[in-house]
Design a protein around this ligand. Structure first.
Ligand SMILES: [Zn+2]
Length: 230
């Protein structure tokens, strides 16, 4: 669940508290008390304005921080929910927040600059802040870059239409059969006389039988492997 969302009308990324404070400020109202319900006007504005930071779909709902009844401490962080209801479709299937991801989950391609402590994140945070302060770029540009990245990801997806058990079956075929292009396996009948041969290697016979049965598949695998290693 994302803890920030992009406000398209304001051109900035906001967390729930920042959004509620802005809405109060814009409506010349005093800030919303912790237990006060969100005004209906705000509720209808939020889904049409706030975008998911990963897939840019709208339809956000605010889920406020959960607080302990005993001491008022925050026990659950506030977040934005993009559920499927009515006209809202929820996250895109390729969105990093699709599924049951925990609140505050940071996808691999995003960095939470507010808390990231490592040197590279700090340096990038400083550059981003300076770039915005000097009006070299603005938050909309950063959002546009993320959208470009998401579109790239979408365009490079492809559907694999493969029987799920096939790779494992091919691997066991490769492991158990001994097929080479130079020495073709020869079929021989398993008669009673053969069974009477002391220490007859049934495993080797079974492998030969399997090799004969799937010779074409084994040849194809051998050719593909050869062409890959050339
Ligand atoms: Zn999303």
């Amino acid at each position: 669940m994302p803890i920030t969302a992009f406000s398209s009308s304001r051109g900035m990324e906001l967390d729930v508290e920042q959004l509620l404070a802005r809405l109060a400020e814009e409506g010349a109202q005093i800030g919303l008390a912790q237990a006060s319900p969100i005004p209906e006007e705000w509720k209808s504005h939020i889904p049409t304005d706030l975008e998911c930071p990963s897939c840019f779909r709208r339809g956000a709902e605010v889920v406020r921080a959960g607080r302990s009844k005993a001491d008022g401490q925050v026990v659950r962080q506030a977040y934005f929910r993009f559920g499927k209801s009515g006209a809202t479709t929820g996250h895109h299937p390729f969105c990093d927040f699709t599924g049951n991801v925990p609140v505050g989950h940071i996808p691999e391609n995003l960095v939470l600059f507010s808390t990231a402590k490592d040197g590279v994140s700090r340096a990038v945070r400083d550059l981003v802040c300076k770039g915005i302060a000097l009006h070299i770029f603005e938050q909309r540009d950063i959002r546009a870059m993320r959208e470009w990245f998401f579109r790239q990801k979408q365009q490079s997806q492809f559907v694999v239409t493969l029987e799920p058990g096939l790779p494992a079956w091919l691997e066991s075929l490769r492991r158990y059969c001994h097929w080479t292009p130079r020495r073709s396996a020869r079929h021989f009948a398993l008669t009673d006389d053969v069974f009477k041969i002391p220490a007859f290697d049934f495993k080797a016979a079974a492998r030969t039988e399997l090799t004969l049965r799937y010779q074409a598949v084994l040849k194809e695998m051998f050719d593909k492997k050869s062409s890959c290693t050339v």
